[in-house]
Design a protein around this ligand. Structure first.
Ligand code: OAD
Length: 248
């Protein structure tokens, strides 16, 4: 039996499925991944100069503008067949699938996926850099880049998790509970090198879940996998998740 056929059989029997997704699932929507050797975001830019609190404090305008460019890019793209296949599975099998994503692009949510666990935040949202004071409100912002509270100067920053920052506690705790209790984890479009997110696949495998990787390339997590499906998520996920189609 092929890996795809095996994975389809495991899915059809699974009580609980977690999809752990990374940048690769959005690649075919036109969002570049981070670590692709040629087109990856971190091949062009140094993450330490753009995705850390220190970088933002040192060069707030530069970092803010870079994130605004990313916002504009993401606003122009659409969920692809991979995101839509996950949503279709959720509709066909209510309560069986949860999506845990490292992506900040909001494409799972725009595909209609419910209760997405966003481990690395939301590119489209802002938050205060320093603790919010009573004067800090969206009605009391100046027009600078980044905008700041007119009264105390507290800066707005994108609501994403930067390197060196903790993940949102509740999201991580929920993801860990799901990883421990799922019967199958689909690890889709992630290089599996950024922790603690990548550790969720280890938690799932150690707790007895079958791990299925969906990725055109080999990854750090393949050694945990019961099956590795090699190819683009937008092609493979519709074949994997459409349980009505029994042709394989
Ligand atoms: P990476 O860029 O590290 O990895 C993307 C993965 O997607 C690679 O394994 C590719 O082989 C795979 N890929 C490429 N095209 C694909 C396709 N069409 N279908 C399926 N897979 C494909 O991205 P992440 O693993 O998501 O964090 O990176 C993890 C974190 O590192 C990100 O959330 C971000 C980044 O720095 C922060 O910014 C905190």
């Amino acid at each position: 039996m092929s890996d795809l056929a095996n994975a389809r059989r495991w899915l059809s029997q699974a009580r609980s499925v977690v999809a752990l997704t990374g940048a690769g699932i959005s690649a075919e929507s036109g969002v570049p991944t981070f670590r692709d050797a040629h087109t990856g975001v971190w091949a062009k830019y140094d993450p330490m100069e753009l995705a850390t609190e220190q970088a933002f404090r040192a060069h707030p305008q530069r970092v803010w503008r870079w994130y605004m460019t990313r916002r504009e890019m993401v606003a122009k793209v659409e969920p692809n067949a991979g995101h839509l296949a996950l949503k279709a599975f959720e509709l066909a099998h209510p309560g069986r699938l949860r999506v845990v994503t490292q992506n900040v692009d909001g494409l799972h949510q725009r595909a209609g996926q419910s209760e997405v666990i966003a481990l690395h935040g939301d590119l489209m949202a802002d938050k205060w850099l320093d603790a919010e004071r009573s004067c800090c409100s969206m009605e009391n912002l100046n027009q600078e880049e980044p905008p700041a509270c007119r009264s105390c100067g507290n800066l707005l920053r994108p609501a994403v998790v930067w390197f060196g920052e903790n993940l949102p506690l509740q999201a991580l705790e929920t993801a860990e509970i799901l990883a421990r209790s799922c019967s199958i984890m689909l690890v889709i479009g992630t290089s599996g090198v950024v922790y603690p997110a990548a550790g969720l696949a280890r938690v799932a495998a150690q707790a007895g879940a079958r791990v299925v990787c969906v990725n055109p390339e080999a990854t750090e997590l393949d050694s945990l996998a019961a099956a590795c499906l090699r190819g683009p998520a937008a092609e493979l996920l519709p074949q994997l998740l459409d349980m009505e189609n029994e042709d394989d």
